[in-house]
Design a protein around this ligand. Structure first.
Ligand code: AMP
Length: 288
């Protein structure tokens, strides 16, 4: 265990759990923020939420190989541990867990297949096979290690948030899952660790993604679904360099594409775009 001005940094499960045990003995409520590092203000907003509603905040930094369906994406995923630790210290994080892969996935660990109640069929599930099983596996494992009272996730990863709630319910994990709002750059681009990898010409056009989503929301009452989709496709294609992977308007609860916008159900518009070699996702609530 390493201490950075009062912030405790662990790489071993056993010493992390000793400290968590002590904190729980003292009646402290544990908040947990799982991340893959290369932290930005979106991540830091989750840490702040945790600090507001719990006594001890733990952040994990682990680039989880089982959720990458593309080897190159795993290889190039940004890593910036020293900067991450400085940001976490500045925001007043209490503990950081930075495990080796062998701590999270010991050789004898069962490779579980999670039943995700159909939430993993569309969108990310369709284009990133195996991704959500990897997410469910790592988050389940981290919940087992940390046993937090509340865990904080960004609505930026809208489908992931729904899947983690479902996994926790199915696996009877006693944790409250809190969704936190999307933090954006000034020009509207949703903050993401992957933004660091954007070439300048893609960084210039990437804000069109959120502009397209805002148009969908503004026009949802007047236009057909087909016309809303057409508008999104033409706005993204007009950038000349962004390519849509999917755009879907879905039921916020079961994540199935809707055939009309019905004000009686929650509706969310979700998009994935390729900006060169970088894949960006975003979403907007149409009806809450
Ligand atoms: P990641 O490091 O990308 O796995 O993200 C860790 C957590 O931060 C996840 O719960 C994400 O949804 C959340 N997150 C990432 N980007 C943002 C953002 N722009 N606003 C809010 N939360 C975010």
């Amino acid at each position: 265990m390493l201490q950075i001005c009062g912030m405790k940094v662990f790489d071993r499960i056993a010493s992390l759990q000793d400290e968590i045990f002590q904190q729980k003995q003292n009646g402290k409520k544990i908040g947990f923020v799982p991340t893959m590092g290369a932290l930005h203000p979106g991540h830091i907003s989750l840490v702040k939420e945790s600090k507001e509603s719990t006594d001890v905040t733990i952040v994990s930094i682990f680039v989880n190989p089982t959720q990458f369906n593309n080897k190159n994406d795993l290889k190039t995923y940004p890593r910036a541990v020293d900067k991450d630790l400085a940001l976490l210290k500045e925001v007043g994080c209490d503990m950081v867990f930075i495990p080796q892969e062998s701590e999270i996935y010991p050789e004898d660990m069962e490779q579980k297949q999670y039943e995700l109640n159909g939430l993993d069929i569309f969108m990310e599930g369709e284009y990133r096979p195996g991704h959500f099983n990897g997410v469910a596996m790592v988050v389940h494992r981290l919940f087992d290690i940390v046993s937090p009272s509340i865990s904080f996730f960004g609505e930026k990863d809208f489908q992931q948030l729904a899947i983690i709630k479902q996994m926790a319910k199915n696996e009877a994990v006693d944790v409250e899952i809190k969704g936190c709002k999307i933090i954006r750059e000034n020009d509207g681009l949703a903050m993401s660790s992957r933004n660091l990898l954007l070439e300048p010409e893609y960084r210039t056009t990437a804000p069109e993604i959120y502009k397209a989503l805002k148009d969908v929301k503004a026009n949802a009452g007047d236009k057909s679904l087909a016309d809303l989709k057409k508008d999104v496709v033409s706005r993204i294609e007009n950038t000349g360099n962004l390519k849509i992977e999917y755009f879907e308007i879905v039921d916020t609860v079961n994540l199935k594409p809707v055939d009309k916008i019905d004000s009686n159900i929650g509706v969310t518009a979700c998009i994935a775009v390729h900006a060169g070699n970088v894949r960006l996702i975003d979403n907007i609530t149409i009806i809450s």
